[in-house]
Design a protein around this ligand. Sequence first.
Ligand code: PAF
Length: 270
Amino acid sequence: MARSGIGPNNVVGVVPTMGGLHEGHLALVDAARSECSVVIVTIFVNPMQFGPSEDFENYPRELEDDSRMLVQRGVDLLFAPSVDEMYPNGRDHHSVVMLPHLTGVLCGRNRPGHFDGVATVVSKLFNIVQPNTAYLGQKDWQQLTIIRAMVRDLDFPLRVVGVPTVRDSRGLALSSRNNYLSVDERAKAPLLYTELARLRDRVLQGEVKYTELESQACKALEDDGFTPDYISVRESHTLKVANSHSKNRRVFGAALLGKARLIDNLAIDS
Ligand code: PAF
């Protein structure tokens, strides 16, 4: 899919994805389309960011449907490489980009190596595509923070834009992994958002015992059939544990519901 030539005066925007596209991804495309003369979407289910017992094999692969949606949304070019093209010598013989100060917490605690895989593949995609701007979703705030830090630390000549999370009418953040939810689970899934919003409101009302609030939110999710990984109030930019004196607080949550690992986060301070 290639609609326009890429010349020296074009501003190139990239939207890195793993496919299984939904309105959340399309919001990234729209943001890129509104600012860039050339919009490139990448679709690559990156084996390096999946643990051995994770859903690499089952991750949605819907290249034809995805491609149709991207044409309708005015994307200029789709880059969908194979695993062999990206890792010709195998993933075990490949340089790795690591940001240990940001990757060992939150989702990184129970997904060792996940963010190394993300940082590595995103750095490769940036080098291949050579964009001026990259568009990533705020739903995975930790990923966004890691990519921003990587771009800054390794001097990638590009700007990173974080696009607000797209939610359904009950607050559930759109995600390709929502496809794994049964009908019953789908009805419960917005409770992750509800608990994060409740916790945010209690912090804004002046409650200061964050650990207690986090435990209460985990308990409420457990009672509803979730297996929480964490609920945690952190500083937005450093991902360090926050307290009532912190600025830019944000509440993060991740929980398993059936086969789906759901993640979400909400800003506390605007
Ligand atoms: O968020 C995603 O879809 C992936 O982690 C990304 C950024 C495309 C890297 O594989």
